[in-house]
Design a protein around this ligand. Structure first.
Ligand code: PEP
Length: 262
């Protein structure tokens, strides 16, 4: 079986300007150092607003921090007449590792559908970035018991036309929309149900090795008090953390879930 390094990715959303970003990343690096964070055991990343990227890059490079950083969206195009958009090539030049694609807030407020997420996944891969493809159901879908087919349809659409090698390097974030920013966390069993379903589907679409290689995160009101239980599940390889990632001490505690007692 492939060994997957857990990933804790903080999605800052539209919070923290570039000066606040510097202070927050410095505090996070200190908080992780305090607890002797083992980056080989758990990878830590922050997904910051575009305007913070250059400052975060400068800090990470200057202080040789092991933190990874990323963006929250990317253009489906490499260059051209796309006013207001950000090219994946520009992100790559800023040392970006990860880019969130199809976050539920992008789907809800910007009408991003599977065609758009698929095009963005391809553009990110083309520039050497690692897409974190976000999928997950709204409350009404869960109430109808259709969370698995709904989420897998988003997955299928996002992966359309990709090779097994491309998919093996992806991160998929299962984020039930009803759990994002609401304080309602899915149970570890709910998270496992979908993480497993996602892995099984990738096995069907590609092969077992690809399914075992891909990392599946859970996202939705993850905190230091619930992360360890979520991480006991075999198909959950980390978390996409929104609100709690804005507090460096709390995010560092989340990243150190392995030392928590259950
Ligand atoms: C998110 O923004 O992806 C998220 C999961 O947010 P929160 O942790 O605040 O629910």
């Amino acid at each position: 079986m492939a060994t997957r390094t857990p990933l804790m990715a903080g999605n800052w959303k539209m919070n923290l300007d570039h000066q606040q970003a510097i202070a927050t990343v410095q505090k996070l690096a200190w908080a992780l150092k305090d607890g002797k964070h083992d980056y080989a055991a758990v990878e830590v990343a922050v997904l910051v607003p575009f305007t913070d990227l250059r400052s975060v890059q400068t800090l990470v490079d200057a202080d040789k921090l092991e933190l990874k950083y990323g963006a929250q969206d990317v253009s489906a195009h490499e260059s051209g007449a796309y006013t207001g958009e950000i090219s994946p090539v520009f992100l790559s030049k800023l040392g970006v590792t990860y880019v969130a694609i199809g976050h539920s807030e992008r789907r809800q407020y910007h009408g991003e559908d599977e065609a758009v997420t698929n095009a963005k996944v391809k553009s990110a891969l083309g520039a050497g970035l690692v897409p974190i493809l976000c999928v997950g159901e709204e409350l009404s879908v869960r109430e109808e018991g259709r969370q698995v087919p709904h989420t897998l349809a988003q997955l299928d659409g996002g992966l359309e036309g990709l090779t097994a090698a491309q998919v093996a390097g992806l991160v998929i974030a299962y984020e039930p929309v009803w759990a994002i920013g609401t304080g309602k966390t899915a149970t570890p069993e709910d998270a496992q149900e979908l993480a497993e379903a996602i892995r099984v589907r990738i096995g069907e679409l590609y092969d077992a090795a690809t399914a075992q290689a891909v990392r599946v995160l859970y996202g939705g009101s993850v905190k230091s008090s619930n992360v360890a239980a979520l991480m006991t599940k075999p198909d959950v390889d980390g978390a996409l953390v929104g609100g709690a990632s804005l507090d460096p001490e709390e995010f560092a505690k989340i990243a150190r879930y392995q030392s928590h007692t259950l």
